[in-house]
Every structure is written in C-alpha cells, then in structure tokens.
Unconditional design. Structure first.
Length: 450
C-alpha cells in the first residue's frame, strides 16, 4: 500500500488555508519577503543571467496576464521563470537557514505569476506565499537541507520547487488530490548542483524552480497524475534519492502554532549568507587599521563556510560572492558590500586583491554558520581582533523594516527613481486592500523608461 501521509498532510493544510487565522506578524513577514524579493529582482536588471532568461522567455511569445520583470505580461510559467531568475542573480535574497534554501525567490515568483494571472486579491496571494514557505521549510528541516547541500545538491532547487508548487496550487484553487499530484510532479523535477555556485547557473536554479512549481500545479489542474509518495519519511522518495545512505530523510510533517517564516534571514550584503559575518566583522575593524601594515588576517568560521563560500581567488563578481577571502578584504577596506562592490572594477582592484591574498580561513566545529571571529596581524607583531556572534539580518539580530527600506532604496532607486517610495508603500500595505495589481504593473515596466 502506498504511504502518502506527508502528501495528505500538506494537501489538507493548504486546502484549509481560507479558514485559518494567520497572525499579523506572519503576514508582515510575508510582506517583508515581498519587499526583499522586489528589491533584489529590480536591482538585478542588468545581470546577464536574468537578461538571458528574459530574452529567451519573451521569445516564447506566450500569452497571459502574469507580470514579468521589465517585460509586460506573459504566461505564468514564463513570468515565474524570469522573475525567479532575476531574484537570485545578486545572491542578495533572503535565506531560511533551517532548510538552507532561498525560498522567497522561487515562491514569490510563482505567487505573483499565478496571482496576477488570475487577478487574485492581496490576502489570497499572501496566503499562497505563506503556504509554500511553511511547507517547504518543514520538508527541508530536520537537517535535510544542510545534508543535501553538503552532498552537492542546491537546496533552493529542491525546496524552492516544492514551495513554488504549493503556492501555485493554492493560487489556482486546486483540490487536495490535485495538490498531491502537483507535489509529485514538482518532486520528480528537483535538481541543482552546488558546483554551479559562482556562475549564472545558480540563479537559474531559482528560476527553474519557480517555473517547474507553476508548471506542476497547471499540470495537476489539467488532470496530470504523478507518483504521490515522493515526499514521505520512508520509501523510494526524493529524500532517499538525494541521501542514498539514509542518514537524513523527510520529517513526518505537522503544522502547529510555530511559523517557519518568522525564522527567515534577510541579507544586508549582496553575497552568500555565509560571508556576512566575515564582512560585518571586517567592517568593525576597518576604522582601527592601516591596510598597508597588515601582515596576515585569520578568519575563523564554521567548516561549511570553507566548503561553500571559500573561493580563495575569485576572478568574477559571481565568484566573489562566494569568497570569504574577498569579502573579508571588502569589510576591512570599509566597503558596504552592496551590489556595486561586486563588479569587475572592485574585484580587480589591486588593493583588494593584495589584501585578499593575506586572508586565511580556519574552520571550527560547533560555532554558528552565521558567526565569525577575525584577527588582523601587523608587521610589528601587534594584532587586533573582533567577532560577530550572529550577523545582522538573522532572527536573533533582525534587519527590521528600517533596514529593509535602506536596502530597498539602494537597489530600486537606480531603476525606478521617484517611483521607489510608491512601490515600497504599496508593499507595506499589501493585504490591506488590493495593491498587488499596482505592484505587478510597476514590476512589469520596461526599465528603459525609468
């Protein structure tokens, strides 16, 4: 007998959403995810991965009412693909550390595409997004997201597809059986390689996750039937395929009063989250040091940081986002580590490269992935040290709406100019009226007009 306990639990949870009371702080967290998603997507207007995806998708000449970044309205799958790709181009989007995935990128891409296509109200769209986030973050919990990442599978590609499928299923109004089929269709398409980090393929993972999530929901709506037990705790499941020695698997799901979206992390720096503590620690020392006198820099981090974000000599901006050595040099030099600090001018700067070569990473088990200590040694034998127990943007050290507005303005003003404040206010008020069509219209505008 096929066991479908997790699938049925998810389907029941999602289909019961209209009757569920969602606390205001959870709705506000979804708004913050939307603000972050819009900011990093718009801010990536000139990024080659997103521009390529947009060019390809526009050539499909699809028809629909789904808002696509900078490109008008298209079919939901096309819009989801482009928007999900743009959202991850800068590697500046939020991260759920419990499943080690960037969930908002593909989930808001799928939500906006389906919601704008169907003309859904704000509240329904927020609920669709929250559903996707809560389901995927739980599936990737219990250490599974971390385990597959360590084995070379990008967790965003896996759990982003599942979250996008759930969000799209709710937006399309699928029944419980159809939701289960959509989940099965999404599960069988999951893949993305960690080896691609530092290339355009990483944002492609998020774009394809969004596309496949929407596609899975549309297939299920059209009568497509998939295998139903791919998300279970036992059996021949997706988890068993990804972790073949069975060390980790999907947890047995339950949905109580805890909300995983409240554990989301928002980035103040435009790089892999595993570089943030290093950047922040370097910034603390920047005013105390003379760069010319530095002999060596020792940065102590969690061992996974060395594996996933320890590129010792990055040669491209994308590689720089996964180099704690480069990010240490940025922080010590007093840079803000925003979008402009990850371009070719900065990464080829002789001063930065010289300092980067003096940085050594060390890993220590038991320390947090979002912490760092740094010791700067000088030629005269003296040294200075600083530490960051938990980098800003994490739940224990939140960015807050004030910090989010600063990030939003820095990314969006070069694109929208005076329209930046209008868009931010619309996002802050999402759910209080019907702002989503206005947001969709702004996002879909040709950037050359601004």
């Amino acid at each position: 007998m096929t066991v479908t306990e997790n699938a049925r639990t998810i389907a029941s949870y999602v289909s019961g959403t209209p009757q569920r009371q969602i606390p205001e702080n959870v709705l506000d967290a979804a708004r913050m995810c939307l603000a972050d998603w819009c900011a990093v997507g718009l801010g990536a207007f000139d990024q080659p991965a997103g521009v390529s995806a947009m060019s390809v998708a526009k050539a499909w000449s699809s028809t629909g009412r789904a808002s696509m970044f900078f490109s008008g309205y298209h079919a939901p799958t096309a819009a989801a693909f482009v928007n999900g790709t743009f959202a991850h181009c800068l590697d500046f989007d939020d991260t759920h550390f419990g499943c080690l995935a960037h969930l908002s990128g593909p989930t808001w891409a799928a939500t906006l595409a389906t919601a704008s296509h169907r003309g859904l109200d704000d509240e329904t769209a927020l609920r669709a997004f929250i559903n996707g986030f809560e389901v995927a973050s739980r599936l990737g919990g219990n250490g599974l997201g971390h385990e597959i990442t360590g084995r070379g599978i990008h967790s965003t590609a896996v759990f982003g597809r599942l979250s996008a499928a759930v969000a799209a299923s709710y937006a399309y109004g699928l029944n419980e059986q159809q939701i289960m089929y959509a989940l099965g269709a999404a599960a069988t398409q999951c893949i993305g390689l960690v080896a691609s980090f530092g290339t355009m393929s990483k944002p492609l993972h998020a774009g394809k996750a969004a596309l496949d999530g929407v596609l899975s929901a549309e297939l299920a709506s059209a009568g497509f039937e998939s295998k139903l037990d791919l998300l279970e705790a036992e059996g021949q499941t997706l988890a068993a395929a990804l972790v073949q020695d069975g060390l980790k698997t999907f947890p047995k799901l339950s949905f109580g009063d805890e909300w995983q979206i409240l554990q989301d992390t928002f980035k103040p720096f435009a790089a892999c989250n595993l570089t943030h503590a290093t950047i922040e620690t370097g910034q603390k020392l920047a005013s105390e040091i003379n760069l010319d006198n530095i002999d060596k820099v020792i940065v102590n981090v969690h061992p996974s940081v060395l594996r996933l974000a320890g590129k010792p000599s990055p040669n491209t901006p994308l590689e720089g986002k996964f180099s704690n050595q480069y990010c240490a040099a940025l922080g010590l030099s007093g840079y803000d580590a925003t979008k402009r600090d990850f371009d070719m001018d900065r990464i080829t700067d002789p001063t930065i490269r010289g300092l980067m070569e003096k940085v050594t990473l060390t890993g220590t088990d038991g320390v947090s992935e979002v912490s760092a200590t740094m010791t700067v040694h000088f030629g005269d034998g003296s040294q200075v040290s600083a530490e960051t127990p938990i980098s800003i943007g994490n739940p224990g050290n939140p960015l807050g709406w004030e910090g989010m507005e600063r990030k939003f303005n820095a990314l969006v003003e070069p694109v929208l100019g005076d329209g930046t404040e209008t868009l931010f206010k619309l996002i802050r008020n999402t759910g209080d009226g019907n702002t989503l069509p206005q947001i969709a219209e702004i996002l879909s505008g040709d950037r050359s007009l601004h």
